[in-house]
Structures are given as structure tokens and as C-alpha cells.
Design a binder for this molecule. Structure first.
Ligand SMILES: [Zn+2]
Length: 253
């Protein structure tokens, strides 16, 4: 079920074991070839797939369009909330869900800049509702093993507006991809201990803005992207989320 397409009576009558999914995304630069809405479009694509497979077990909240993206502000068009604003809005929104009696909540993230904040959000909601079952993941994290079999670009190939994100957009919204502008990311390397990507976290986080990490706003290699790969990525993410949602749904209250 889609939260905002239900009537108030339908939400009131919904089974409280349903897992309420809050997608998190961003409106930010995705290089010269992908739209600013890329993360939200990916999050919504994953949610549509989940609705098809698990519609009787979930309730999908509207995806807030703006996340924490201050580190992308070196590129025009990027919108961002502050940490405090994003925390307050997500905590308040999920507070409404909890007040309505739903205790199974999955925060499903599609933007790296939201990760640190979502961890604190989980702790904050857990303090307020110790009996709630709160879960958080990012799509590339929950499906990391399967995605490792799909990627063809090697270390540093999947990061931002990259092989993965471009493939997903070619599958979900091909009309929005400026194919003639696809170019490899101009990754700026630093120290071996600070180098990582979506599938291989760096041993040490070296704080840098995106403008310091990449000159063209792309980190990785979108040249290896295809719509077929995007379909495989989407399928892998949905397959990895399915047992998580089923377990949350079946948890004892
Ligand atoms: Zn993105």
C-alpha cells in the first residue's frame, strides 16, 4: 500500500504489522548526464518494485525530496537541508507513524550523505519507542554481495552518477539520461587509506566536498552503465530487501 494514496479510513484499518517504509533521497548534482532528482527516482523505483512483490506487507511513505547534500553545493542546482532540519523532519514524520500505531519501520536510503544522520535518527527513535522495530539500510548496502557480482568497473567505479546510478536511470527513466554527456568521473585520488566506493568503504573517512573528490561531479565510471544492468541491480536490491521486510513484518510485538 502507498501511504498517501490511501484514505484516512484505510490507514486506520490497516494491519499494524505492516512495515512502514520511509525512503530517503536528495536533490543534488549528478554530473552532466543525470538529473538532480536521480536519488529520489531510484528510491521510488525500488519502492514500486517492493509494492509489486510485497504490497500486502508494507506501507510506503512519500519520499522527502531533499536530504543532506551540503557537500555537493559546489555544483549548481544542489538543494540541501541542514542536519538539524532533516533530523527534525524525519523524526517528526516517523513520530506521526508511530502515533498511528505502526511499530515496524524501515528507513530505505538512496543517498550517501544521509547515512550518518539516519544512524542517529534510529537511535533517537529507539530512545522514544524502545519496543519499535526500527531498521535502516541503503540500497547498495543491503545488496552489496549481489552487486559485487554485477559491477564491471573495479575499485572506484561505483560512487556517484556512476556505473550503478546511471544503469538504474537508464532502466527506470531512460528519457532523463543525457547519453551524449556520459563521461568517466574525474576521481581525485588522495591516500590509499582514504580511497573507497559504494561497495568498498575506505578504511578511513577523509572529509572532502564533492568538488574536491571529482571535477565533473561524477565519481566512478558511467561508461559501463546499461539499462540491462539497471534492471539486474534493481532486481538484486528488491531480492535483498524482501527477507528483511518479511522478518520485520513477522516479528513478535
Ligand atoms: Zn545519487
Amino acid at each position: 500500500m502507498i501511504w498517501d494514496l490511501c484514505t484516512t479510513q484505510e490507514i486506520a484499518a490497516a494491519d499494524r504489522s505492516r512495515v512502514v517504509i520511509l525512503p530517503l533521497a536528495a536533490t543534488e548534482q549528478h554530473g552532466p548526464h543525470l538529473p538532480l532528482a536521480t536519488d529520489r527516482l531510484i528510491a521510488e523505483g525500488i519502492c514500486r518494485g517492493l509494492e509489486t512483490k510485497l504490497g500486502d506487507k508494507i506501507l510506503i511513505l512519500p519520499c522527502p525530496p531533499v536530504g543532506y547534500s551540503m557537500h555537493h553545493r559546489g555544483f549548481a542546482g544542489t538543494l540541501s537541508l541542514t542536519h538539524a532540519q532533516l533530523m527534525e523532519s524525519a523524526a517528526t514524520l516517523l513520530g506521526c507513524v508511530q502515533e498511528d500505531g505502526f511499530g515496524n519501520i524501515l528507513v530505505l536510503n538512496a543517498h550517501g550523505g544521509n547515512i550518518a544522520l539516519a544512524g542517529v535518527l534510529m537511535e533517537r527513535l529507539g530512545e522514544r519507542c524502545p519496543d519499535a522495530r526500527l531498521a535502516f539500510t541503503s540500497w547498495w548496502q543491503v545488496a552489496a554481495e549481489a552487486l559485487g557480482e554485477i559491477t564491471e568497473t573495479g575499485p572506484g567505479g561505483v560512487g556517484h552518477a556512476c556505473e550503478f546510478e546511471t544503469s538504474l536511470l537508464l532502466h527506470l527513466h531512460p528519457e532523463l539520461v543525457r547519453r551524449e554527456k556520459i563521461a568517466a568521473g574525474t576521481n581525485v585520488s588522495t591516500h590509499p587509506w582514504a580511497e573507497g566506493d559504494m561497495l568498498r568503504a575506505a578504511p578511513v573517512k577523509l572529509q572532502r566536498s564533492m568538488a574536491q573528490m571529482t571535477r565533473n561531479g561524477v565519481f566512478g565510471d558511467p561508461g559501463a552503465a546499461s539499462a540491462k544492468k539497471g534492471r539486474a541491480i534493481l532486481d538484486a536490491v528488491i531480492a535483498a530487501l524482501e527477507p528483511v521486510i518479511v522478518d520485520l513484518h513477522n516479528s513478535e510485538k
